[in-house]
Design a protein around this ligand. Structure first.
Ligand SMILES: [Fe+2]
Ligand SMILES: [Fe+2]
Length: 383
């Protein structure tokens, strides 16, 4: 990938991440502000190579500056998010301000956010594309000025995975009932994308974020769990349950004070004691929720146990961990070490591999860890 293309990928990745975080935590959250600043920088960098950035959705394909993009899960997600908000094209011009970037994040983050005043501005335009048969495709002036607000109908977002997930987590936060159907759709979407893409972990590179927030982590762990399970030949309902369990494994964190979850640096002993309650709280919550596979509650409960049972919570001596808990521990540790933390840079794949090999047989299931590392090796070899 050349530098220009990489810049554009960065813009899209940050836009996704910032808007998802904005809908999860609100536009004023420090995480959103930080992602907004990074997004702004990446737009400025991208606009060094090109006069303007033009993103267009045709059918469900994303066209960037006239170039159709190869299928990838996160580009696909991005175009679904735009589509769901009635946005079929976005034009970003040189001279864009930080404020315009922030408004755009808000527009993408919620139905209400895409109010008229934020929809189009001097250096940022978005709206519908009009397709005229015979005369080709035109993004006519009047359409460009059109606001997206009138087009948004949240109920008809059949495949809008990220927003749905956000919505689900927000509901849980407000102590409402979890809608398991949304999670099922997300997992089915991943399984389908893997089928199309062949190399599931390539998706991961795009999904990996700088932040540690639950939604990104959960989708990463889901993808990793599915990759592991598929490599073991698992299919059908069990595969989906494994994906759903991954999506929900950390749901108990929503019952832990946010300052602890988002704290930079090390937790105090008291804070860590509270943090250690998230498996039990998550499991209890999932047990009470209709339609959630039993496995998801088990995995939420067991995912910090470790093979040698040295983790938390405490288990009876003869406790046997579920296979999916082992898979989830592996995915969880991998994602945690690969993700940049406030107190250290992300480790490279070789370092992570070494750490995981050392844990294999004590903290992590040895056979499953090898299965996982084999997937990583395939990922590293050129396609
Ligand atoms: Fe956890
Ligand atoms: Fe986790």
């Amino acid at each position: 990938m050349n530098g220009g293309a990489r810049n554009i990928q960065d813009v899209i990745r940050l836009l996704l991440s910032a808007s998802a975080n904005a809908s999860l935590y609100g536009a004023g959250h420090p995480q959103v502000v930080r992602l907004g600043a990074q997004l702004y920088d990446s737009i400025i960098a991208a606009l060094e190579d090109v006069e303007e950035l033009s993103l267009m959705i045709i059918e469900s394909e994303l066209i960037v500056n006239g170039m159709p993009q190869d299928f990838s899960l996160y580009l696909n997600r991005f175009s679904q998010i735009l589509k769901a908000r009635g946005i079929e094209h976005v034009k970003i011009l040189r001279g864009i301000t930080r404020q315009e970037v922030d408004s755009f994040i808000v527009s993408l983050s919620s139905a209400q956010g895409a109010g008229g005043e934020t929809a189009s501005s001097d250096h940022l335009r978005f709206g519908r594309v009009e397709v005229r048969l015979g005369s080709g495709m035109t993004g006519s002036g009047s359409n460009e000025a059109e606001t997206a607000s009138s087009r948004i109908r949240l109920p008809d977002m059949p495949k809008e995975e990220l927003a749905r997930f956000t919505e689900i987590y927000e509901m849980v936060k407000r102590r409402q009932k979890l809608k398991i159907t949304g999670i099922l759709d997300i997992v089915s979407g991943f399984v389908e994308a893997f089928r199309q893409e062949g190399k599931p972990l390539l998706v991961l590179a795009a999904l990996r974020e700088n932040d540690e927030y639950t939604f990104t982590h959960s989708t990463n762990v889901c993808i990793l769990n599915l990759a592991q399970a598929m490599a073991l030949g698992i299919q059908g309902q069990l595969l989906k349950d494994i994906g759903v369990s991954a999506m929900l494994h950390d749901i108990g964190k929503l019952f832990i004070p946010e300052e602890i979850i988002t704290k930079k640096g090390k937790l105090t002993d008291e804070e860590f004691d509270l943090m250690k309650q998230h498996p039990a709280k998550g499991a209890r919550y999932l047990m009470k929720t209709a339609g959630v596979p039993r496995m998801a509650a088990i995995v939420a409960f067991e995912h910090h146990a470790m093979l040698d049972m040295s983790g938390y919570p405490r288990f009876p001596a003869d406790w046997r961990l579920n296979l999916c808990s082992h898979l989830t521990m592996i995915s969880d540790i991998f994602d945690a070490t690969r993700t940049r933390r406030s107190y250290r840079e992300p480790l490279d794949l070789d370092e992570v591999t070494a750490i995981m090999l050392e844990m294999a047989g004590t903290k992590l299931h040895p056979v499953l860890t090898r299965n996982f590392l084999r997937i990583l090796v395939n990922l590293k070899s050129p396609s």
